[in-house]
Write a protein of this length. Sequence first.
Length: 344
Amino acid sequence: MKGLKRIGALTLCAGLILGSISGLTGCGSIKSDKRIVRISHAQSETHPEHLGLLKFKEYIEENLGDKYEVQIYPNELLGGAQKAIELTQTGAIDFVVAGTANLENFADVYEVFSMPYLFTSEEAYHEVMNDTEYMKDVYESTDAAGFRVLTWYNAGTRSFYAKKAINTPDDLKGLKIRVQQSPASVKMANAFGAAASPMSFGEVYTAIQQGVIDGAENNELALTNNKHGEVAKYYSYNMHQMVPDMLIGNLKFLQGLSDEEYQIFEEAALISTEEEMQYWDDQVAEAKRIAEEDMGVEFIEVDVQAFKDKVADVQQEMLDANPAIQDLYDHIQEVNEKVAQEDK
């Protein structure tokens, strides 16, 4: 079945590429006057990101329905994030949702988001990401690579989960932990004492099940939406990262839009973020309940400061190695301080 799924995905990707080259707007021999806009993402149809994308589709088709039809492909149907980004670069698909870790190879500035304990609160995280004027330069930093970010999605707070309990940083020693496919994420996991194992998100369940890895790091929804709670029974709230997902669009497609159309796509993107965030907290709470009651996952409260101390040098090491992240890092620290003062 796995092989058939992979063949199906490759066939679909090939069809999309051929359709792109030939100028067809539909699948097979079906033709339409409308331009098909294809979006790929890794999550299930019930995930907040998918629900946000449905709102994106609705807004586009309400305002530009005579010209565009939006098609959404969830569950990595068009391949993992890295593959889908490549398809977006070439224009075989038009949009993909991917984590910032996947963008580090295209623009150095995105590495800052892989920094452990970058944000000191969810309020600071949201304030930075919702500052569309400031983030504009960051979003356009990948233009040379052929794509541009339109908006962000809340992907919560990332923590470790595994087959064995992780109560202290020492419990990570020697564990093979899946991380996102980025050098910064590898560096972070190794600093904790784990053996970093970068791989596609879609491969994690089987890798844990078969003992290829011992665990992973992600938000609570991975336990239920992606069923990781079936194979990893311990989730430790060390809360090492708040990493957004990004809606990325093919630059040639975006620049080919009229000013009015581009504005509508931008508005649709922002509306999709608002929709996604409305569902996030409720779905996290429900995921925790299901994981605990139905899957037998144990949630562990840990001494977060002990984990922070373990990677205390990583922030400075990253700043020294990558000057491109300094300005955004400084901006985030200012927001962290401002929010902390407001909370006093």
